[in-house]
Design a protein around this ligand. Structure first.
Ligand code: GTP
Ligand code: MG
Length: 318
């Protein structure tokens, strides 16, 4: 394979990267040649304060070393074999997702309040840590919270179901950050690279992706600015998922579509930007008591399907 040391080539191997530059790049989460190659000089310069011309040369070298270009379908197949999956905790939910949450993908859950979006986020932070033979991938998790609804106490309750995990250690493997506004949210994701490597992060949760954007950009005139920034954010998540072979779980809110008179008028917010970037979209709705229905829509290779799960004392179950 020509180009597939994507994740292995370190920045120090690139022409023009001495110790001082390497440190600045590292501080900003740019630790592999891949991370350099997929960004623009302007973007990296803005992050690190290093001049654009210097960065330009480094990018050229990163791109030439990576030999970015066409790959055969066999090469893509081989890369996709690195994808690993972990359980959601619900067999029926796993089933419609072809076995669970997978790396190199963005999972979006949208639905009205109390449909379980946040609960699934908590659950996944734990199931990602399970041993491989028990449906996990032995990774840690990073939780970016824009709504202030993260609850470690809830994690402890869910952990009661998994005696194989030591509760103290399991909480130590979940790295939490509160995002205070949309700029802060972008900055957090910019800086994630080193921690992902160091802590073996295999899941990034963003709950929710949209709330700051919705409250900061009000009125029609601001929509295109908002969408551009949201696009940057979600593409950074995509880059991370591919560069580090990890899974991303984002939650999204809903709005009522004014044009719909028959059927369900509920649509996700964020428009095409989120729709196009999400690999899997789950529409959650309430059913009887603690039951919830998840409908998989817009998946690249799976059929539209529904799963029923419950939110119980111990998290997400069948
Ligand atoms: P918003 O963020 O408000 O849009 O909602 P959400 O979709 O994130 O909902 P969330 O994931 O917070 O789900 C809330 C549901 O989970 C509620 O119906 C709660 O009853 C249920 N829930 C939360 N904690 C527990 C718990 O400890 N035990 C049980 N049985 N249910 C819980
Ligand atoms: Mg929530």
């Amino acid at each position: 394979m020509a180009s597939n040391s994507l994740e292995e080539i370190k920045i120090e191997d690139l022409k023009g990267v001495g110790p001082a530059i390497a440190e600045k790049l590292r501080e900003n989460g740019l630790v592999t040649a891949n991370a350099i190659a997929v960004r623009s000089p302007k973007e990296i310069s803005g992050l690190t304060g290093i001049g654009e011309t210097v960065i330009q040369k480094i990018i050229v070298d990163a791109r030439s070393k990576l030999n970015i270009g066409f790959e055969t379908a066999n090469e893509i197949l081989e890369k996709r074999q690195n994808i690993i999956r972990f359980t959601t905790g619900s067999k029926s939910l796993d089933d419609i997702l072809n076995g669970g949450i997978e790396t190199r993908a963005i999972f979006e859950a949208f639905g009205e309040f109390r449909t379980g979006k946040t609960q699934i986020g908590h659950q996944l932070c734990i199931t990602v840590q399970l041993p491989k033979e028990e449906g996990g991938i032995e990774g840690s998790a990073c939780y970016i919270d824009s709504e202030g609804t993260f609850r470690p106490e809830r994690l402890l309750q869910i952990l009661e179901r998994y005696p194989q995990l030591d509760p103290k250690k399991a909480l130590d493997n979940i790295f939490y950050c509160r995002a205070y506004n949309s700029d802060h949210q972008l900055l957090i994701v910019d800086k994630l690279g080193p921690m992902i490597e160091e802590k073996n992060v295999k899941l990034v949760v963003v709950d929710s992706i949209i709330s700051h954007f919705r409250s900061e950009y009000i009125g029609r005139g601001t929509l295109s600015d908002r969408q551009q920034k949201l696009n940057r954010f979600i593409h950074k998540l995509l880059q991370l998922s591919e560069a580090h072979n990890l899974a991303v779980y984002i939650t999204n809110q809903v709005q009522s579509s004014p044009g719909v008179f028959f059927g369900d008028p509920t649509i996700p917010t964020g428009g095409n930007v989120i729709a196009h970037a999400s690999t899997y979209r789950l529409y959650l709705r309430k059913s009887k008591a603690n039951k919830r229905v998840a409908k998989l829509i817009d998946s690249p290779c799976l059929p539209e399907a529904e799963a029923v799960f419950s939110i119980t004392e111990h998290g997400i179950e069948d």
